[in-house]
Design a protein around this ligand. Structure first.
Ligand code: ATP
Ligand code: MG
Length: 465
């Protein structure tokens, strides 16, 4: 028995009604759902590359024989099992059939138990093939997403899982997070990994357009609808039909337009400005906000009823400073990407750079870090400087660090430096002393004060103490 909950379908192809009845009886008794057709064309019409069961066909069909049907099925899906029913003594044909990719053949007159057994094995095999296929797709998808939305922190891993999961649905998704955290990357991924991937991805950023233009951009207009509208123009909502409409910075959507937008989203129909009849639209809605949407509702910038249309699913993207060591991973990846792009060598980061990467507050998040990596690569051959200087410029470096008083900042800074060096040297104290130019005693004192141990960060089997 196959272990799926719905009965697995078996397509019976035979032009003889009494033969179909007999097959139906035995195959149903074995626990399968049966579908019956009389010709090869009808059979092909019933099948698709994801067909969950197997096909049982007579080799002698009117018009077209079972062998040619077998080939057509193999073209459709090479892994779809086909069981052939052959006349008595048709051994050469059966051999040919096996060569052409038939799963098995059963000789007439057949034994009911035998046919049930063959069908069962064919369907079990089919279930396994389909499971493998879906696993492979999932693996490919998550690998693809991992290189677009980089991050090994638990928060980013969970976020990637959610994206792949919600991409399969048509639910409205609202993405919230500070500037530069990757909201647009996520919106694009939700489109690219969804069944709408072949459809358009239409983005509109209300904050980037003059208020007066937003309406025409969104809804489009007929020629002559207003002064300056000399040609008919399709709005972004209409152009997004069949795909995704991405409403970026939703909080900047002019308040006066929000009821009209809401109506379109509810009715899935739009009226062009100056148009006479509404146009149907089929869109999936993704939106983004870089401030807390609930606060925008409080302050009267965003209508609550519109928010409720947008936030069926809410994905929160954490700021970079809350992603642990992801800053290191991202920086390293960007260094290599820019090095390739500019045909330069990827510069080496120092302990100080790495400490900075982890302690800086990154108010511009991944975008800021990416820009820093680009400048770091470009500057390295001519005027190498510590990353910190490059990023904070003339600013007092401590002011740029996240939270806490001077003492906490200094401690955090020291801890990161020492931790980074310990990690790089696999916990070998003498190498850390060398790199940081510290006597053993001072290093030991600092490590004790900062609660660091070499076992914790490096390898406990390091050569010496
Ligand atoms: N996790 C990530 N991995 C790789 N690149 C990233 C990641 N997050 C963001 N980026 C890159 O950082 C830059 C900013 O990302 P994005 O434009 O998606 O941010 P945003 O949240 O939409 O920002 P804003 O609110 O300012 O519009 C882009 O170049 C994007 O490719
Ligand atoms: Mg954005």
């Amino acid at each position: 028995m196959t272990d799926t909950s719905d009965p697995v379908p078996v397509l019976i192809v035979d032009d003889d009604p009494s033969m179909r009845a007999a097959l139906r009886q035995w195959i149903r008794l074995a626990g399968f759902e049966t579908r019956e057709v009389a010709t090869a064309d009808q059979a092909i019409a019933q099948l698709n590359p994801g067909f969950e069961g197997c096909v049982v066909t007579d080799v002698m069909l009117e018009g077209e024989d079972g062998m040619s049907l077998l080939r057509r099925i193999k073209d459709l899906d090479a892994d779809l099992p086909v069981v052939l029913i052959t006349g008595h003594g048709d051994v050469p044909m059966a051999v040919d059939a096996m060569r052409a990719g038939a799963y098995d053949f059963v000789e007439k007159p057949f034994d009911p138990d035998h046919i049930a057994e063959v069908v069962r094995r064919a369907c079990d095999k089919r279930t396994l093939i389909l499971e493998n296929r879906s696993l492979r797709t999932q693996l490919e998808e998550s690998a693809g997403l991992e290189s677009r939305l980089i991050g090994a922190s638990p928060a980013m891993q969970a976020l990637r899982q959610q994206i792949l999961h919600f991409a399969r649905t048509d639910a409205a998704v609202l993405i919230t997070g500070e500037t530069g955290t990757g909201k647009e990357v996520i919106a694009q991924a939700l489109h690219d990994f969804s069944p709408r991937q072949g459809g358009p991805f239409m983005a509109i950023n209300a904050a980037a357009l003059p208020e007066a233009m937003v309406e025409a951009e969104l809804f489009g207009h007929e020629a002559g609808a207003f002064t300056g509208a000399d040609r008919q123009r399709t709005g972004r909502i209409e152009a997004a039909s069949g795909g995704v409409l991405f409403l970026d910075e939703i909080v900047s959507m002019p308040l006066a337009l929000q009821p009209k937008l809401l109506r379109v989203l509810q009715e899935k129909k739009i009226d062009r400005i100056g148009g006479t009849k509404p146009v149907e639209v089929d869109i999936r809605l993704i939106s983004a906000a870089n401030i807390e949407p609930a606060e925008a509702v409080q302050s009267g910038r965003l209508r609550e009823d519109l928010l409720f249309r947008l936030n069926t699913i809410e994905l929160r993207v954490p700021p970079l400073r809350e992603r642990g060591r992801d800053a290191l991973l991202l920086f390293d990846t960007f260094l290599n990407r820019f090095a390739v792009q500019y045909g330069l060598e990827a510069p080496v980061t120092s302990a100080r750079d790495e400490a900075f990467l982890q302690t800086y507050s990154w108010p511009g998040n991944v975008r800021e870090l990416r820009n820093a990596a680009e400048r770091f690569v470009l500057n390295a051959p001519v005027s190498p400087q510590p990353l910190e200087t490059l990023v904070t410029g003339q600013r007092d470096p401590s002011a740029a660090l996240a939270g806490g008083g001077l003492k906490e900042l200094m401690d955090a800074y020291e801890r990161n430096l020492i931790e980074g060096a310990l990690r790089r040297h696999g916990g070998r104290i003498s190498d850390v002393m060398n790199e940081l130019n510290l006597p053993r005693r001072t290093l030991n004192e600092k490590m004790t004060r900062l609660g660091l141990s070499r076992e914790q960060v490096g390898q406990s089997d390091a050569a010496e103490s």
